[in-house]
Design a protein around this ligand. Structure first.
Ligand SMILES: [Fe+2]
Length: 367
């Protein structure tokens, strides 16, 4: 095979390859403009070129011994070689070898869930502190991006409620009351035997998944800061579900088809509902997520489908728990977050001190 004289032999050319770590796989851009190559971390661990016998060069690693959740410590491209540092050693793959053995090709770019809080932050000052303008901008963004963080909106929760109500949202009273005072010394709400009224960590969830129609939005309004901790976390579940479908279509399918039971049982309140975690609209996009480990009733589907469900659940959980897939921020007094409870998950870290956040649910008024 002859080469035109103008061509440069690959070995003499600096590699353009770029390796990107994703939650459960490597995204390898061999050259700009070409579809990226995708490799699962466990596949790379299994196929490490070092995992062969020193003299016979036969494979020494049985797939049964490959930890499916293996993750690298570091990944880099050194000239024409991908270098992966594992917790227990280093693997080197020539880029040409990876091209030859590639099995996953990203035809349309895989977009991970967003994490840049600045992109979803509005500053009240830049809107002259006018609550009508702030509410309009905030609601537009919450409808489009699933969440908005507003800095410096003041401490008047009722005024914020009025401004949102003027735009067509209606306050949704729940079994906790009209406004929740999320503080450890709560005296204003009913049914306070739940984590929200403690200083404990509350991991990612949606609110009220045990209702047939969970509230659409929640406003969380910072009134008083914690001495320590109390960070808010919001995850775009719509983007996360799309990402899951792109990296693991089977798990996505399982979560859209398997009913789970949400059971809220408090001293003075009880509700049960069965529903899949992910409900799709007619276009196949996520219409609603229900996700709540603390109201998750014992799973009772046929024995032979149970492991498959737990695996699918954990694949989705791994995506939404990846810190680079999360918006993380602290609500200072006067700040608020408004998020879409049908298309976003939320959490808060544990805290110490007098943290006080007021919570209000809203629905869209049907037009
Ligand atoms: Fe919540």
């Amino acid at each position: 095979m002859s080469h035109a004289s103008s061509e440069v032999a690959p070995s003499a050319r600096a590699s353009q390859a770029r390796a990107e770590r994703r939650a459960d796989h490597l995204r390898l851009v061999v050259r700009e403009g070409a579809p990226a190559l995708l490799f699962h971390w466990f596949w790379l661990k299994h196929n490490a070129l070092e995992a062969v016998h020193a003299t016979t060069r036969e494979r020494v690693l049985d797939p049964r011994d490959v930890p499916l959740d293996v993750r690298p410590r570091a990944v880099s491209v050194d000239d024409h070689t991908l270098v992966i540092e594992w917790p227990d050693g280093v693997s080197r793959f020539p880029i040409a070898w990876l091209e030859e053995h590639a099995y996953g090709r990203e035809e349309t770019p895989l977009v991970p869930p967003p994490h840049d809080v600045d992109v979803i932050t509005l500053r009240a000052l830049s809107l002259d502190g006018d609550l009508a303008q702030i509410a309009r901008a905030a609601l537009t963004q919450a409808r489009r991006d699933r969440a908005v963080v507003v800095r410096g909106a003041g401490l008047d929760t009722e005024a914020i409620i009025d401004a949102l109500a003027a735009l067509g949202l209606s306050v949704r009273t729940t079994h906790f009351g009209r406004i929740e005072d999320l503080r450890t010394d709560n005296t204003t709400n009913a049914n306070t035997d739940q984590l929200g009224y403690t200083d404990a960590t509350i991991d990612l969830h949606t609110d009220q998944p045990f209702l047939e129609h969970p509230p659409r939005y929640q406003l969380l309004h910072g009134i008083r800061a914690a001495d320590e901790g109390g960070e808010s976390v919001v995850v775009d579940a719509h983007a996360s579900a799309r990402y899951l479908r792109a990296v693991d279509a089977d798990s996505f399918e399982v979560l859209t088809r398997t009913d789970v039971t949400f059971h809220r049982k408090q001293k003075g309140f009880e509700k049960i509902l069965r529903s899949p975690l992910l409900r799709l609209d007619e276009a196949g996009e996520l219409a609603q997520v229900r996700h709540s480990y603390f109201t998750f009733a014992p799973f009772r589907e046929p024995f032979d489908r149970t492991e498959r469900f737990y695996r699918a659940y954990q694949r989705f959980a791994r995506i939404v728990h990846e810190p680079t897939h999360q918006w993380r921020f602290v609500l200072e007094p006067g700040d608020f977050v408004l998020y879409d409870n049908h298309l976003a998950l939320h959490a808060r870290t544990g805290f110490r001190g007098p943290r006080w956040v007021r919570g209000v649910y809203f629905d869209e008024v049907p037009t």
